[in-house]
Design a protein around this ligand. Structure first.
Ligand code: NDX
Length: 256
């Protein structure tokens, strides 16, 4: 049966960190080409409806750690265990896979990015799940450790912001509509990328709660992936809407 190989965790986490830097260098100047940044002349055949695309893309991030958790024998018996932390990860991806796609009113998603997105979700789902289920060890009182409690709080706060902001974006459109409007309400009052801000807070919270290299690598990846995207969204809004709120920032309220 499977065992913890610390070298593997280190290698996979480092590669994730390197991918994050690659992303940053690729997408700082030009946005990744989906949603409002997709080029006009893209072949319509190379796309899948947003529902299927987000479902397929995010499914491995739920399935891989959930299977690792279910199939581990003998089941791990630590008091808090890594099971709770692993469940947090699965919980987010349960939302992202089984709930978010069914409500999205997004445009069709490019197949090529879907393919890379899926590969990424398999990779990251395996790394986080494998680490938490086979490698992580916590003291019995980890539940009351300041890292666990503050990290969990941030995770929940971020998730709340993310889900609420996803909802506000969805409500900007009637079914079948694909136009862009100025997002209003919630954290959108302060930033253009409120959903991204929530997601970033969420994964840094998760990293603090697990206090692990793989989770910090993933939080860093998230920052490098959707941080620049928030900035490109912000520029898009400023260019498109002359009445765009002047005080609104790109990603971090009052700061940036
Ligand atoms: N999926 C994470 N990299 C990604 C997809 C793309 O979950 O090649 C990363 C994720 C992938 C990426 C994933 C991994 C890296 C890839 C990248 C593409 C290239 C890149 C593969 C896996 C790559 C290397 C080099 C390493 C190989 O029509 P529409 O779609 O624009 O409609 C939108 C709508 N909306 C509006 N409606 C009306 N008026 C407005 N003004 C509107 N503005 C937006 O709202 C959508 O239906 C919806 C949300 O749109 P948007 O653009 O705000 O968010 P989106 O980017 O679609 O993300 C959706 C959610 C969001 O909550 C976000 O936090 C989360 O997913 N997310 C997204 C990306 C990555 C990620 C989380 C993470 O890293 N944790």
């Amino acid at each position: 049966s499977m065992q913890c190989i610390p070298g593997l965790v280190l290698a996979l986490s480092s590669l994730l960190g390197a991918l994050a830097l690659l992303q940053l260098s690729l997408y700082l100047r030009v946005p990744s080409r989906y949603g409002k940044h997709e080029e006009r002349l893209c072949r319509p055949r190379g796309r899948l409806p947003a529902r299927c695309a987000w479902f397929l893309q995010e499914l491995p991030s739920f399935l891989v750690p959930a299977l690792l958790l279910a199939l581990r024998s003998p089941p791990r018996l630590e008091p808090l265990g890594c099971r709770l932390l692993c469940c947090l990860f699965c919980w987010h991806y349960f939302y992202r896979t089984f709930i978010y796609p069914f409500f999205t009113r997004g445009r069709p998603f490019p197949l090529q990015l879907l393919f890379f997105g899926m590969l990424f979700c398999i990779y990251n789902g395996f790394l986080q799940g494998y680490y938490l289920i086979y490698c992580a060890e916590y003291p019995n009182d980890w539940c009351t450790d300041i890292r666990f409690t503050s990290g969990l709080l941030l995770f929940l706060l971020g998730m709340g912001i993310n889900i609420h902001s996803d909802l506000l974006l969805r409500q900007l459109r009637k079914p079948g509509e694909v136009t862009y409007k100025i997002p209003q309400g919630g954290l959108f009052t302060y930033v253009s990328g409120a959903n991204y801000f929530g997601e970033i807070v969420e994964w840094f919270g998760f990293a603090i709660a697990t206090w692990s290299l793989p989770a910090f690598a993933f939080a860093f990846f998230t920052l490098c992936c959707i941080g620049p995207r928030a900035y490109h969204h912000h520029r898009y809004y400023l260019k498109t809407f002359t009445d765009y709120p002047k005080s609104r920032k790109a990603l971090i309220p009052f700061i940036f």
